[in-house]
Write a protein that binds this ligand. Structure first.
Ligand SMILES: Nc1nc2c(ncn2[C@@H]2O[C@H](COP(=O)(O)OP(=O)(O)OP(=O)(O)O)[C@@H](O)[C@H]2O)c(=O)[nH]1
Ligand SMILES: [K+]
Ligand SMILES: [Mg+2]
Length: 387
């Protein structure tokens, strides 16, 4: 065998990397297993309530409790010392007719996900969120955001990323079938087969319907060790890492895909230059506030509302004006049927048709006559007609 052949044999390929990643992910998955509930864990099992849950994640003393106390009727202890908050404190944000549960949490420390402090418990609560607020002290290091993302990533949370468009079905027999509706340029069938082998999956159907993932804003953080300065220890895997890692995500099935907003607090205490730099670095998901001098809180609430994609719909009786004081609040993707359920449990079974005014009406500003499966949009007015 010539030297070139020897090199070609050793050269790391996507196939080899795939094997290593599958092994690594397998061990990391063991870390993600739900922990046995400890006696000290009381207070963390806060019941979900309202139309959505928003979790406050940040290092100690960034102002999480101050924000909760400011925006809800709940008072959460505020202190100039770290770890003032030791448990999960729920409050209710009332905004545009929606009742959003805001969860204040203890500050986390670096390596929280590895079990330092009670951090692991805290970051695990974030898994139950519909939206995460990464709260940052604007007067402190710009590294905070990256470090928070790493901790969340470590418990299986993918921020601001859509789940991969892959269907995976395990079977009892029949071998492995892999179908791709697109040409794969960032992983290949052999790699996928090798990953399946690592997990001892010998019978399954895999359907892949997308090639390159496009994270919406937060760059994907690979499952790799992090050095003390917060940098990823193994950059340089190239773009090809994305699809292979995400195929492993699908196999594990433990990933949570959650949107996040970055909230810089204490902007009353930074220079104009710093503020300017933060604004320039920020993406569409960054909000700058000061709880102390009451700056930007309204923008934050609006951003939370937009990010949650809540939809409010007004109802109207025949011959009357719509009731604008009491909207029904729904999640994005809600239909006329969801509206019916929001009004009365049995309404859908007597349903004949509905009239909608607003963005979802084909004839806007004129109404459209629609059935139960019609998708409603924010600010629609709906009249339900029964049999
Ligand atoms: N300058 C300034 N200080 C603030 C602001 N918001 C909060 N603080 C102060 O920051 C300190 C910490 O506030 P907390 O609300 O206790 O912070 P926390 O993130 O809940 O802290 P832990 O519960 O310990 O993790 C307090 O002294 C607050 O008064 C702000 O907008 N500007
Ligand atoms: K504090
Ligand atoms: Mg607190």
């Amino acid at each position: 065998m010539g030297v070139l052949d020897k090199i070609a044999e050793i050269e790391p390929t996507e196939y080899h990397l795939g094997l290593l990643k599958a092994k690594l992910a397998k061990y990391r998955a063991q870390l993600l297993e739900p922990e046995k509930k400890s006696a000290k864990g009381e207070g963390f099992d806060v019941l979900k309530s309202g139309d959505a849950r928003v979790c406050l994640i940040g290092f100690p003393s960034v102002g999480k409790s101050t924000l909760l106390s400011k925006t809800t009727k709940t008072e959460s202890s505020v202190g100039a010392y770290e770890f003032t908050t030791l448990t999960a404190i729920p409050g209710v944000l009332e905004y545009e007719g929606a009742r959003i549960q805001l969860l204040d949490l203890p500050g986390i420390v670096q390596d929280a996900a590895k079990g330092r402090g009670r951090g692991r418990q805290v970051v695990s609560v974030a898994k139950t969120a519909d939206l995460i607020l990464l709260m940052i002290d604007a007067t402190k290091s710009a590294e905070q955001k990256k470090l928070l993302e790493i901790e969340l990533e470590a418990v299986g949370i993918r921020l601001n990323t859509k789940p991969p468009d892959v269907v995976f079905k395990q079977k009892s027999a029949g071998g492995i079938t892999i179908n791709c509706t697109v040409k794969l340029t960032h992983t290949d069938e052999r790699t996928i087969r090798s990953i399946l082998q690592t997990y001892r999956i010998h019978n399954c159907d895999v359907m892949i319907r997308e090639d390159v993932r496009c994270p919406t804003s937060t760059p994907h953080l690979p499952l790799k060790p992090v050095t003390a300065d917060g940098h990823n220890a193994s950059r340089g895997f190239g773009a090809s890492r994305i699809t292979t890692d995400e195929f492993i995500d699908v196999l594990l099935g433990t990933r949570k895909y959650i949107p996040a907003l970055t909230v810089y607090n204490k902007i009353d205490s930074v220079s104009m230059e710093t503020l300017d730099a933060m604004a320039r670095e920020g993406d569409g998901r960054t909000v700058m506030i000061s709880c102390e001098i009451d700056l930007g809180i309204d923008w934050l609430l609006e951003a939370i509302w937009n990010e949650l994609g809540l939809v409010k719909v007004y109802t109207k009786r025949r011959g009357e004006q719509p009731d604008l004081t009491d909207p029904i609040c729904l999640r994005q993707g809600a239909t006329i049927e969801t509206v019916c359920h929001g009004i009365h449990r049995s309404l859908a079974s007597h349903f004949k048709y509905a009239l909608v005014w607003g963005k979802s009406s084909k004839f806007n500003p004129q109404p459209q006559k629609v059935g139960l499966s019609h998708l409603v949009q924010d600010e629609d007015v709906v009249s339900i007609f029964t049999k």
